[in-house]
Write a protein that binds this ligand. Sequence first.
Ligand code: FMN
Length: 356
Amino acid sequence: MMLDRLYQTVKPALFRQDPETVHDRVMAALDLLSRDPDKLDRIAAEPDPRLTVSLFGLDIPHPLGIAAGLDKNGVAFPALLALGFGHVEIGTVTPRPQEGNPKPRVFRLVEDRALINRMGFPGRGVSEVVAQAAPRKQSKMVVGCNIGPNKASVESGTATEDLVTGYRAMASMATWVTVNVSSPNTANLRSLQHKTALREMLTALNEERRSLVWRPLLVKISPDLEPAQLDDLIDVAIECQVDGLIATNTTISRPASLKSHLRDQTGGLSGPPVAALAVATVRRIAERTNGALPIIAAGGIETGADVVAAIEAGASLCQTYTGFIYRGLAMARLVGAEIIAELDRRGVSSIANLRS
Ligand SMILES: Cc1cc2nc3c(=O)[nH]c(=O)nc-3n(C[C@H](O)[C@H](O)[C@H](O)COP(=O)(O)O)c2cc1C
């Protein structure tokens, strides 16, 4: 596969540079590509119907999508979709622009195929993001919009207002809206996962959904919740008509298996070392809800086997961030081929039949 050979050739040079600098350059290239419909048509492959997944009344052409944080400003999603990903979640977008934490704030733990980041939601603010992203979104593109509060709003206790602002600005372009209450890099953000705060926030968002435009609403959760906290969160999500959970964000834990000397950097750890926590979270949600609440799995998903395992644990869709950094531009196609091989091995005709 040409894209794969290209990425494997340039990867050593990319990995010698600062991770965020490389990220910004790759996003700039994908931004350019996203503005060129002819080129997009040329790289887009015919999706394999055996990979189609149904969710929220849509047929989504590939079970693997891009997790929030990669295309924070919503400039690269047309190119990422053309590369074969089934969906892209843009954001996290905050109402007002903000800088995020001081650099460096992303670290590659190469020996662990992992990353640690403490970005802290840098971004252009929701008006600018929507102005750029909305005109590029064609109706068939599956684009989740991930919203979060500004740091100052969490500090002043007005996070809910920020989330309502985010929903209002993004809902009309969004296939679904995800509330990010699980980033470890904004102090106190994760306390919004607690029962009372979560119920208050979801009630405010439901009022906004009712009066504006009703989009599926998802909550993205941490892999670090205690079992009792997770159970409370699931119950509140059901009570407040949440349409799905994204499990999970990065972890602040540091598994003993980590080999990289960067393991003690502050921030959220992602990639294979978070996979066990993430899959356990998916499984617990599926069990507690008897499979009634859609789950999007994220956390260490790198291969077709990982996608199949997440779906068997109860997920409807999967997302990747760190895997994309290590596997590269051909990842969606490689994973698609791996899933098909796994289905063939098991004698299952399509991914939709995996759990039936
Ligand atoms: C550099 C970086 C930035 C991220 N930024 C966000 C973000 O803005 N919002 C969010 O909800 N998750 C963010 N995430 C978390 C990912 O979306 C994902 O949930 C997590 O990394 C686990 O998946 P992975 O192991 O495939 O990376 C970020 C992850 C990384 C590595």
